[in-house]
Ligand binder design. Structure first.
Ligand code: EPZ
Length: 428
């Protein structure tokens, strides 16, 4: 397994290009199943999870051709042409779903277009139990018959899905995405209330509209969808990755650096920018991006609670904890989305961070400085938090199990090294 070695305390300066959002790309890829016409997606990040979704779609019979890269300059985004005219099966097998939970996003589109789908039930996950019960209940409200059999979700709607008024009891990103795709081809009107408003959900809704869907309330927590008999093809560019943006913003802050992040937008990270500013980070808008540097007064502690969008994202919790560990004073973090998302804490503690976890909250006493150590990555965002800690730490850090990083951060070492980081990947 590959390892990453980082020798810390180098100031990061320069420009980093932000790619398309992984968590937008995955549902957008699944959306190709809704039509027999070609969906062309650009600004797709080159990531392991995107390849896993492409494999799954190809396995179902989607014809995928890669058509170069989008944009110019530092933009390495890929262009995929996806055609689902000849779907040969409607089963998403265990081997592919096991690799990536977001595979469950094929359920809604397969069921609405073909009247049936068999999708392996995603298992637990390092950050929480992460059931998909809300996806299934909502699809049942639209008339689907759903059985759980031998580890598979078996869903059927022989007469098609019917519009329904669905009120999600809690905000679910994937649930909203699956239901948006299901409703796009259902008969009649579907209302999704207490829907997720994450920019990735909005991106999917906009792409569906480009494919001919009728959706009102995009960007709000109530979506009205009038189902269509069929959707057509479209050309659509994936929204910039707000979590990659936020992660590099923290890299600038904790290394006393000065980074320009290109190809991204401040409005995507408002809650994160707000917290970073409270912590003493300067963020400004520049042409096609943002500039981030540590303010003259240094970093100070902040209190943060993760929440559904537009609140502070759980996917930035681990990264912010690194900033809290090197800031002056105490900070408090409260994680409200996942029940087990503090696995980076023992690893950060091995690097000298002073963090006490009590249930969903953690107190971080900053200011004592981090030191290099051997650490282990446990999930995607925990992994990047270890990279950030290593960049700020004295001495050398060895990060193991870095395959997690490859799921969500494209060319991470290259991007950081170009800005002055002393970082290398050791292949095994
Ligand atoms: C998406 O996961 C993201 N993944 C996650 O990003 C992100 O952390 C999460 O949203 C929250 O923002 C993708 O977009 C591919 P949820 P998702 O359904 O859709 C509970 C990353 O690092 N729940 O909004 O699976 C669930 O257990 C990843 O990039 C149910 O109880 O998240 C969780 O506690 C990790 N029943 C909460 O809701 C359900 O049926 C929010 O989950 C569905 C969800």
């Amino acid at each position: 397994m590959d390892r990453i070695l980082i020798r810390g305390t180098r100031r990061l300066t320069g420009t980093i290009h932000i790619g398309g959002a992984k968590n937008a790309a995955l549902p957008l890829l699944a959306a190709c199943l809704l039509s027999d016409k070609t969906l062309t997606l650009s600004n797709l990040p080159h990531l392991a999870d995107v390849s896993t979704m492409a494999h799954l779609l190809a396995d179902l019979g989607v014809n995928i051709s890669m058509n170069g890269t989008s944009g110019g300059g530092g933009n390495h985004g890929r262009v995929f042409e996806l055609n689902a005219a000849d779907i040969s099966k409607t089963t998403a097998p265990y081997d592919l779903v096991r690799k990536m939970r977001a595979s469950v996003l094929v359920l809604g589109p397969l069921l609405s277009r073909f009247g049936k789908a068999r999708v392996s039930l995603p298992g637990g996950c390092a950050i929480g139990t992460r059931p998909v019960d809300l996806h299934l209940k909502a699809l049942a409200q639209m008339g689907a018959e759903i059985d759980l059999n031998e580890g598979y979700i078996e869903a059927a709607a022989p007469d098609g899905l019917k519009g329904a008024h669905i009120v999600f009891p809690m905000v679910t990103v994937g649930g909203t995405e699956n239901l948006l795709m299901a409703a796009a081809l259902a008969e009649g009107e579907t209302i999704l209330a207490n829907a997720a408003r994450e920019p990735e959900v909005t991106d999917l809704a906009r792409c569906l509209v480009a494919m001919g869907a009728e959706i009102d309330g995009i960007g709000s927590d109530t979506l009205h969808i009038i189902g269509k008999k069929e959707l057509h093809g479209a050309d659509y560019a994936v929204v910039p990755d707000r979590i990659e943006t936020g992660s590099y913003a923290v890299a600038a802050a904790v290394t006393d650096g000065d980074l320009t992040l290109k190809g991204t937008r401040l409005d995507l990270i408002e809650a994160v920018a707000d917290i970073l500013r409270q912590a003493g980070v300067e963020i400004s808008e520049v042409d096609d991006g943002i500039r981030v540097r540590r303010g003259a007064g240094g970093l100070r502690g902040v209190d943060v609670m993760t929440e559904p969008y537009p609140g502070f994202p759980t996917d930035m919790q681990a990264q912010l904890m690194v900033l809290m560990s090197v800031a002056q004073g105490a900070s408090m973090m409260t994680e409200t989305i996942f029940e087990n998302r503090y696995m980076h804490v023992p690893e950060l503690s091995r690097m000298g961070a002073d963090i006490n976890v009590h249930g969903a909250s953690a107190i971080i006493r900053g200011g004592s400085g981090l030191k290099g150590a051997q650490v282990m990555a446990t999930d995607l965002r925990a992994s990047v938090s270890l990279v950030l800690a290593a960049l700020a730490a004295e001495g050398e850090t060895e990060i193991n199990r870095v395959y997690h990083l490859d799921r969500g951060y494209e060319r991470l070492e290259e991007k950081l090294a170009a800005c002055g980081a002393d970082i290398e990947r050791v292949k095994n």
